[in-house]
Ligand binder design. Sequence first.
Ligand code: NDP
Length: 449
Amino acid sequence: MSEAYDYDLFVIGAGSGGVRASRVSAAYGAKVAIAEEHKVGGTCVIRGCVPKKLLVFGAHFAEDLQDARRFGWEVPDCKFDWATLRDNVLDEVARLEGLYTENLERHSVEIVKERATVTGPHGITLSSGRKVTARKILIATGATPVIPEFPGAEHGITSNEAFHLERVPQRVVIAGGGYIANEFAGIFHQFGSQVTVVNRSDVILRGYDEQIRDRLLQISLTKGIDFKFNAQFKKVEKAEDGTLRIHLTGCDPIEADLLLFATGRRPHTEDLGLESAGVEIDNKGAVVVDADNRSTCPSIYAVGDVTNRVQLTPVAIREGQAFADTIFGDKPTRVDYDCIPSAVFSHPPLAGVGLTESEARNKLGSVKTYTSDFRAMKNVLAGRNERSLYKLVVDGETEQVVGIHMIGPDAPEILQAAAIAVKAGLRKEQFDAVVALHPTMAEELVLMR
Ligand code: NDP
């Protein structure tokens, strides 16, 4: 395309958003390079969604093997070997990294395995000292875990390191009450750890429907996961044998073998040189962009977690695709942020799409809700007293289903399909018109009256 620059597009960060943008831009004929200082694949593939979900599968066997006995299987006392699961998961991550790399290469995207910093609207310097120019620069550097500041915080780890542990810790304290805290609480608990979740406020999973998060809290407490609310970290001391003594406000110190910080993720813009190009960064460290992903410097764009819009992989991928379509494909495209489904892979998992009940009441005024509170058939036979909860939030005037929220086995799988109906703006009577598929859990969605 352009000969005035070394590249048409230089992407910094080979995560979900950066990889999609590079590959599609190159397919449109752009000369593209992508810089990555760690591994190709980014947070989701290397140290996030993918290895986490594999650990969730691994953890679920703890209950599945117990339940199998009620279904007639003779199951000897099983032992869990963390090293086997960890190494198999890391092998799978390496395989996926290889696939991502191959895919970029197949599209003639040059992969630069170095740290890159911006030196001006079209300038980039690599850690080797090499300087390159590009007509457009895309910042797709993602986000990094936030570690609260207090004495001894350095004794904790983040989810980045959790995939590489030498052994399963006996006692785990998890700081935070969001996605990562609840997912890892379930994982460690199933592996036999004694888990305490410590949160600064008195709620978990702010943003999810209240009834659904209350159900997760109730189930987690019943399983034996401990929660400390309204607690701040004062200090952590490490004994010679490695034991951590964790001092919190409002309760006695807790001893643990592992402290995991799951206290949010901050956009990764530090030391990127963005100020040299006049790129505005907001007070949370995010690149400020318009609806076309363009920063305050006209030649520099940003997609994904670094923009702190919706920190979810599929959103970053859509933003990367929209960037490439708009800039190199001559197909102006904007991401639609309405009705994005999301899920927490806790034990059991929960998922939601659209407005929560309280959001709907604030926004619409007149709201009807329908709930189904039931024990999954499999849980009944297994003797597992764990109830699922499905909820429809309906606009009282138009009868449009504006939100679906659910917790129970396979909730994210079921919700992905149900989200189509919410996105399509279907009304409650159209749900009711569908004949139930029996016996399933999902049939509850069309049986609520
Ligand atoms: P979340 O934003 O989900 O939760 C952060 C938690 O930490 C909240 O409970 C928050 O409390 C608390 N917190 C925030 N800052 C501090 C602080 N300085 N000191 C003490 N507590 C603090 O973040 P996660 O780290 O769990 O996950 C990061 C992001 O990654 C998520 O927002 C999500 O977008 C993504 N993610 C998505 C997953 C999925 O889709 N299944 C899985 C894992 C991560 P309070 O509520 O009071 O603010």
